[in-house]
Design a protein around this ligand. Structure first.
Ligand SMILES: Nc1ncnc2c1ncn2[C@@H]1O[C@H](COP(=O)(O)OP(=O)(O)OP(=O)(O)O)[C@@H](O)[C@H]1O
Ligand SMILES: O=c1[nH]c(=O)c2[nH+]cn([C@@H]3O[C@H](COP(=O)(O)O)[C@@H](O)[C@H]3O)c2[nH]1
Ligand SMILES: NC(=O)CC[C@H](N)C(=O)O
Ligand SMILES: [Mg+2]
Length: 522
């Protein structure tokens, strides 16, 4: 992100899955955010002249001797500090909490009720936040006792210290995550921190992103360079392609790989949509057989992604080899793909899954990557797509992962199983659209389990496959809640799948949020 506002808020990265969300919420509040290493020395912090500091969450436990820590001198700078989850545990530990930080008796993941204490009534951090609200938690450790010189501001059912503040300095700790969209007043709290506690002017805006991104692409590609752009028909690659077209015109060649793992009718739909909305060349590579061959007998989800990622790159490389000056590969990589793949090489973030386009890439790429959307989230990319002139129905499409049905076909990926999944998925989406609910859900799809169960159909015994329906509500795909779909719709989809898809005798509906689940099953 570019420096427009002179004084940034620094987000110290302790390996949270949500570190960029903190930065993004700051952007929404009109403040430039810079993500920095968790152990940035205080001298360097001073040079950056921050308006405030945010300490992110993270997978470690502060009582673990190898846990990441910050330079303790940052607490004496006099700059406002907000510690979130691990960040709160760390600052309480560093400033001295008598009972220490320990593993909690009850861990909290997902939706929790927050109760503000009377002491929060006049605190600027909670201006505009009602006494009771919903927050999202994701922790197993807890600060046991109020640190010396702190005041408690809020509690939850299982966590007596859900928010604390130092009485003589603007140092706050929150055990819940204000940065996730499911925390009802999260943006209010972060915006209060920036505007009311740090006194940030709030004049940064996203409009400049487009111009700067175009400039950066021109600069990277040069006068002659050509770019191969992996185009999936999804929103991210379409927006990346449109951005490239704006920056370098017909020096971009889009490549759609038909990997045999696409949904029913997808390939034709993408080709048609592309023809109508883009002025650049699109090539389609038929590679279904090669992907299926590579996936034969593979059941481990990470291994599936890695094999798929590698084959994608081989195909892009072959394509680029035939085009003069094509040294670049563009992908619609977003921040969630990056952070879930483990963030950076030596960062403290845990690997949740190797997204095929990041963690699944081979060591030797042979092409220079262009990923203009790497710092952004899905809904920001959608806004950018609209600015670039893509139609609203197109940018509103549900995401579909690059590894496609392979990561929804749990167990071995075989043509027979893919066909079952494809048909069940098509029925679910058709009914969701018919009920007018497609645009009100974030992502919906079917999953085929490697589990058979007993049923009775036509008075006879069956022993057949299980389909799970998954539908989630989310804007940024970092956290998600399961969609409360009408029972009548679920009943209709279930009946149609069992009646119309041979080999399936049972349909289940997934009622797990993220966290603790992920959106995909693999
Ligand atoms: N079948 C495909 N052919 C070519 N490139 C692909 C294909 N599938 C994925 N990619 C590349 O991998 C990137 C990441 O895939 P991902 O599914 O996250 O994004 P997307 O498909 O562009 O958008 P969406 O999230 O809406 O599905 C894409 O932006 C694209 O560059
Ligand atoms: O291109 C992709 N390659 C991948 O390997 C991959 N894995 C997950 N996804 C998509 O990312 C979003 C978050 O998914 P999860 O909650 O399952 O991690 C959801 O929208 C998922 O569909 C992927 N996209
Ligand atoms: N999300 C977090 O920051 C978690 C912090 C710590 N690892 C815990 O489990 O409590
Ligand atoms: Mg996709």
């Amino acid at each position: 992100m570019d420096r427009v506002s002179p004084r940034p808020v620094l987000v110290f990265d302790f390996g949270s899955q949500y570190v960029q969300l903190l930065a993004r919420r700051a952007r929404e509040a009109g403040t430039l955010a810079m993500i920095v290493r968790h152990d940035l020395p205080v001298e360097r912090v001073r040079e950056l002249n921050p308006i405030g500091l945010i300490l992110s969450g993270g997978p470690a436990s502060v009582y673990d001797p190898s846990a990441p820590r910050c330079d303790p001198r940052i607490f004496d700078l006099g700059v406002p500090i907000l510690g979130v989850c691990y960040g709160m545990q760390l600052l309480c530990d560093a400033l001295g909490t008598p009972g220490g930080v320990r593993s909690a008796e009850t861990r909290e993941y997902g939706r929790t009720h927050l109760h503000l204490l009377e002491s929060a009534a006049n605190d600027p951090l909670f201006t505009g936040v009602p006494p009771e609200s919903i927050v999202w938690m994701s922790h197993g450790d807890q600060v046991r006792e109020l640190p010396n010189g702190f005041r408690a501001l809020a509690r939850s059912g299982d966590c007596p210290l859900a928010a604390v503040v130092k009485t003589d300095r603007p140092i706050y700790g929150l055990q819940f995550h204000p940065e996730v969209v499911h925390t009802e007043y999260g943006q209010t709290i972060l915006s209060n921190f920036l505007k009311r506690v740090c006194h940030a002017p709030g004049d940064w805006n996203m409009g400049t992103f487009l111009e700067r991104a175009v400039e950066r692409i021109r600069c990277q590609v040069g006068e002659e360079g050509r770019v191969v752009c992996g185009l999936s028909g999804g929103v991210d690659s379409a927006v990346a392609a449109a951005l490239l077209a704006r920056a370098i015109g017909d020096r971009v060649v889009c490549v759609l790989v038909d990997n045999g793992l696409l949904r029913a009718g997808e390939r034709d739909a993408v080709v048609a949509a592309f023809r109508d909305h883009f002025a650049v060349e699109l090539r389609v590579i038929d590679a279904a057989d090669r992907f299926l061959e590579r996936l034969q007998g593979v059941t481990d989800p990470q291994e599936k992604r890695i094999r798929i990622g590698h084959l994608f790159i081989e195909l892009f490389r072959n394509e680029a080899a035939a085009i003069p000056h094509a040294r670049f590969l563009a992908q619609g990589t977003l921040y969630p793909d990056v952070i879930e793949s483990g963030g950076g090489a030596d960062g403290p973030a845990a690997t949740i899954k190797h997204h095929h386009n990041v963690g699944g890439l081979p060591a030797e790429l042979g092409l220079e990557l262009i990923e203009p959307l790497r710092d952004l989230f899905k809904d920001e990319v959608r806004k950018l797509g609209i600015e670039l002139g893509l139609p609203a129905w197109f940018v509103g499409r549900h995401p579909f992962p690059g590894p496609g049905l392979a990561v929804r076909c749990l167990g071995p990926v075989e043509p027979r199983r893919l066909e079952i999944l494809r048909r069940a998925d098509a029925i679910f989406l058709e009914e969701l659209r018919a009920a007018g609910l497609y645009d009100r859900t974030g992502q919906a799809f079917a999953v085929l389990l490697p589990v058979k169960s007993v049923g009775v159909m036509g008075d006879g015994r069956t022993y057949d496959e299980t389909i799970v329906l998954r539908s989630v509500d989310t804007d940024d795909f970092m956290t998600a809640d399961w969609s409360r779909l009408p029972h009548d719709l679920l009943a209709k989809v279930s009946t149609r799948i069992v009646n119309e898809v041979p080999g399936v005798n049972r349909v289940a509906y997934d009622i797990t949020s993220k966290p603790p689940g992920t959106i995909e099953w693999e």
